[in-house]
Design a protein around this ligand. Structure first.
Ligand code: DC
Length: 249
């Protein structure tokens, strides 16, 4: 079973997806981390990322995405993987740096990069019951996912959550200027991710839309887990295309 959780930056996807995976006993795949890992490698290789990207830069980035597989690993005692590796090297911390935030949208808009990562994501989902989070899981990666959820929240709420999360990670206090920077970055990435030509951030037609601005994490997780259990036990009705269901008698 695939549970697709899509939504914009800071909508609570990661927190919610991990908790749902834990509750269901499913694997968890953070597809954003995969795009971030490729973006970080492009920075590390000093590929010219100035806008617009040259054909040479595009070819170099696509080669990275195609040749360097992204993998996930566990911290000791962890139930779900939080460590990220690319081509066998750990990049868990690097992929969350502001530098990576700045270039990841441009990298993830490249069709060759999306193709390479989508293929890895499909392989993963085909061999595990998975909660997969991203932007295009329900629309492109697994359009046949048994449950699709689209999480959203106001941009201000999302920036607030990300600032608190980053501060906690670095052992610092809430910083107003950091909040303003993150809000600007979220607005810029929303615009970029929703208007790009290939796999834009969009709500799948059969997706459940959940606005999390005023919902507790616990409520969101329970709602999704309940729907998942219902669909797991009772998959959507199978219709045989050779039978004319309109003929009742
Ligand atoms: O979820 P995140 O902020 O870690 O994602 C990082 C970037 O990757 C984000 O700018 C959009 C992109 N992304 C994507 O295009 N498709 C996905 N399935 C996941 C992330």
């Amino acid at each position: 079973m695939i549970i697709a959780i899509d939504g914009p930056a800071g909508s609570g996807k990661s927190t919610v997806a991990k908790l749902v995976a834990g509750r269901m006993g499913f694997a968890y795949l953070d597809t954003g981390a995969m795009y971030r890992a490729v973006a970080w490698r492009a920075l590390e290789e000093n590929i010219d990322l100035s806008d617009p990207l040259s054909q040479h830069s595009i070819d170099q980035i696509v080669a990275l995405a195609t040749n360097e597989p992204v993998e996930f690993g566990y911290e000791k005692g962890e139930a779900l993987p939080s460590r990220v590796f690319i081509n066998g090297r750990e990049v868990t911390n690097q992929i969350r740096l502001a530098e990576t935030d700045r270039v990841v949208s441009a990298v993830s808009a490249l069709p060759g990069v999306r193709l390479a990562l989508t293929e890895q994501q499909r392989r993963f989902g085909e061999s595990n019951d998975t909660v997969m989070e991203g932007r295009d899981i329900g629309t492109v990666v697994f359009p046949s996912a048994e449950l699709k959820v689209f999480l959203t929240a106001s941009a201000e709420e999302r920036a607030q959550r990300r600032t608190i999360q980053n501060a906690a990670r670095q052992g610092k206090n809430f910083d107003e200027s950091e909040y303003e920077r993150i809000l600007a970055d979220i607005l810029r990435r929303d615009e970029y991710d929703s208007t790009r030509e290939i796999s834009p951030l969009a709500v799948a037609i059969d997706s459940i839309l959940l606005d999390t601005t005023d919902l507790s994490i616990e409520k969101v997780v329970s709602r999704i887990a309940e729907m998942a259990v219902e669909r797991w036990v009772m998959p959507p009705a199978f219709e045989d295309p050779s039978i004319d269901y309109t003929q009742t008698g």
